[in-house]
Design a protein around this ligand. Structure first.
Ligand SMILES: Nc1ncnc2c1ncn2[C@@H]1O[C@H](COP(=O)(O)OP(=O)(O)OP(=O)(O)O)[C@@H](O)[C@H]1O
Ligand SMILES: [Mg+2]
Length: 180
């Protein structure tokens, strides 16, 4: 049987105001697949994604990641978020550094690497995605498309991958290749 990276059973999420954003959702995501999740505005797509990297916890139901029930202690979340990245459809909700280089550096700086290791990987990520000449540009001056891809570029220093760097205004969940 193909390995499931995420296995979700009966996922329900009720927000504190009483809204049920998800009701008994079951879904399995196979390793190595690219999946587009389509649904009406308000259908619960973003709410589902927020569960996949532990920003929200289920009201009911179970989520398994790589076969193990998700846990929410600090170490479990740190490990999960090294492997599962989320990029929001609204870039302004995710950009908080003064310029492009600082924004791409933010994640790897928080992994505790030394400065030269961070700089080397950030330089690589900027070159790979052809934004080296934008490195000192304030993030609020970027075009909408440039803002949309910046969180994806910020994920590259610790999860190198290649791809197309044209943006779409969607939420993204990025799951890094299995390194174990
Ligand atoms: N913090 C919150 N408190 C209360 N209700 C919320 C909250 N966040 C989202 N909702 C509601 O939960 C439902 C699902 O929202 P969600 O953002 O997951 O939808 P979506 O499928 O991503 O929509 P879109 O296509 O517009 O991005 C909506 O009815 C929304 O209004
Ligand atoms: Mg959404």
């Amino acid at each position: 049987m193909a390995e499931h990276i995420f296995h979700i059973e009966g996922l329900t999420h009720q927000f504190t105001d009483g809204t049920f954003a998800l009701k008994e959702l079951s879904l399995s995501v196979q390793q190595g697949k690219k999946i587009a999740l389509l649904g009406n505005n308000g259908a619960g797509k973003s709410t589902l994604f927020l569960h996949l990297n532990g920003l929200l916890q289920p009201t009911a139901g179970k989520i398994r990641f790589k076969g193990k029930k998700m846990k929410y202690d600090r170490n479990a979340l740190l490990s999960l978020r090294k492997q599962v990245g989320i990029v929001f459809q609204d870039p302004d909700s995710q950009l908080f550094s003064a310029n492009v280089q600082q924004d791409i550096s933010f994640g790897p700086m928080n992994l505790g690497w030394d400065k030269s290791a961070v700089q080397e990987k950030v330089n690589w990520a900027m070159a790979e995605t052809e934004v080296t000449e934008l490195k000192d540009r304030p993030t609020h001056f970027l075009s909408l498309g440039q803002k949309n891809v910046l969180p994806l570029q910020g994920y590259l220093p610790w999860n190198p991958m290649s791809g197309s760097w044209t943006s779409l205004p969607l939420d993204w969940i990025l799951i890094s290749p299995d390194k174990s």
